[in-house]
Design a protein around this ligand. Sequence first.
Ligand SMILES: C[S@@+](CC[C@H](N)C(=O)[O-])C[C@H]1O[C@@H](n2cnc3c(N)ncnc32)[C@H](O)[C@@H]1O
Ligand code: SF4
Length: 390
Amino acid sequence: MRPPPPRMESLKSRFRATILPYHAWKHFRTVLLRRTHPYGIVPDRPQRVIVEPTNACNLKCSYCGNKDMLRPWTYLKWELYEKLIGEMQALGVPRLTLHTIGEPTLHPQLPKMVALAKSAGFTVTLSTNGTLLTDERARALVEAGPDILSVSVDLADPEALKLVRPGIDPAEMLAGLGRLRRFRDESGPQSDSPWGVVRLPSLVATCVVTRYWNREEERRWFALYGPLIDDVFIHWPNSHAGYSKAEPHRRRSWLPARLKDWIYRRARYSCSYPWDALFLLSDGTMSVCRFDFDARVKIGRYPEQNLLELWHGQKMMSLRKAHMDFDFRDWSTCDDCNATWYENRHDHFRYTQQVKRRNAFVARRDMWLAPEPMAERRRKGVGTTASYAG
Ligand SMILES: C[S@@+](CC[C@H](N)C(=O)[O-])C[C@H]1O[C@@H](n2cnc3c(N)ncnc32)[C@H](O)[C@@H]1O
Ligand code: SF4
């Protein structure tokens, strides 16, 4: 089936993105929900745990709060990590993410961490800036077998990329991504999937939209990175809970930036993290936010309190109530955050689809799709290896 004409899609998306009554209506529905569920609907356990292997980073990206963080750099201890994995397994928490703030490949035991989590049966994802992936590191990471490995590649133009992400060597980042792709294709662990046997990890590029991102840059981006990746996710920078104003590279807008930020914080939706995830920072602090550079959304410490105590504890309930009531007097970091506007609208997904379509990029997973489902192929005794896995 042919996709709808891009122009139409773009108009629709623009309409939804700019019309305030649409968002006001969604906001109103949240307010109604709060009457029946003052703390929201709380799952009996977290749906995922997000682990910060380290908050150290080798770059100073313009839109990222990492460079303004006061918290000293620390590295997660192996014993703490092992304990967490055991407890997650006992509780049946299905997903683990191995990055939040900082560059996870700076942790020397990262591949071992991934391997342990995979052997415990979790779906494991992580993101890297791709600049430290020597042959040895890239191979070890791939062979540990994360399900999704994201690499942050914002721009194809090396000079613009250096302005947006000071400290980066664009050639080294490109080489790192190339190594991941080569090792994945050669020796990535094989895994069953609904569309046949595939090799892990899926390589996803993430791209933050800055003022250098335009149609010309888009074309160069897909020409350069397209052949190396399976999929892409494009998104706008948020305020990183007040840490990042992203001024130097903010896209021009007809609204003054401060006014826009003020509106976005007032017209927000409830954040999903308090009902979804726990964040273990590298010094053992448990948080609930992926922009918690200085551990201000602290709900306790691990392992002094176990996961369930933290999840159902008084701090978490207070945070949930604050998000249901949009009353952030006790949670100033949440008050400073505009990500709930940016991210909960899911405009990122619509925009990503548009950009992919106009650059004729098809996610590789779609290409892997076998003509018949795996079970059917097995029943018939035909080969179960999709052509991609080789
Ligand atoms: C904070 S980084 C941590 C992992 C790793 N250092 C990296 O660069 O991929 C995770 C992701 O957040 C994105 N990011 C950083 N600052 C952001 C902001 N202000 N708004 C939205 N995304 C941001 C990065 O581009 C990256 O893809
Ligand atoms: S986005 Fe990633 S690489 Fe850039 S400063 Fe933040 S943590 Fe470091």
